[in-house]
Design a protein around this ligand. Sequence first.
Ligand code: DC
Length: 218
Amino acid sequence: MNSIAIDGPAGSGKSTLTRGLAKKLGWNFLDTGAIYRTIAEACRKEGVSPQDESSVTKVARKAKIELGYKGGLQHMYLNGEDVSGQIRTEEIDNIVPLISTYKGVRDVVVKLQRDFASRENLVVEGRDIGSFVLKDSKNKFYLTASPEERAKRRYLERINRGEQADFDAILKDIKERDHMDMTRKIAPLVKAKDAILIDTSNLTLEEAIDLVYSKVKL
Ligand code: DC
């Protein structure tokens, strides 16, 4: 099976680019952050403290996590319930960076990701896809954009969903999350040596998709 690994920090445009690229290729896609978010939601529901590594790991192992696609969007199901809306709240934004540093949690998610990628041609987005999960993939891209540009995108996303948003708080959050994602011991966010760097700060979505598409090896 062929695959395309799209890694990069929060707000670099990975999710929309991944969906657009998959559509252009006629492939399926996988947003792996959504799986970590679903485990964070499982912890929230069960009242497990995100600091409690052993309980969080137990929750991750026990949770029944399923994926589906509706109207071109990935939906996440936790023990049969569609939690796609719940996993995009600020509360989950705050829990997920910590629980995704736990080895037991990562083991559960990595297995799910590899199972998925072994079944069909897939565009996979995340933090450690090119560097770890699918390190043999022949298509690796590392997307980036300035923190301010990424904060602006997150802010507009929230406003467009009819939610309240505070630009400065989002920017601070993004910088903190970058730091945590890049400095953690297990599977830190790093550009794989053989990944192509794409800076999306001054590119429209279409331009970014076309650029990546032109470099894909089929
Ligand atoms: O892409 P996102 O914002 O939905 O990711 C949520 C969190 O999950 C983020 O803090 C980092 C983590 N994550 C990860 O550690 N590895 C991945 N492959 C994807 C996400």
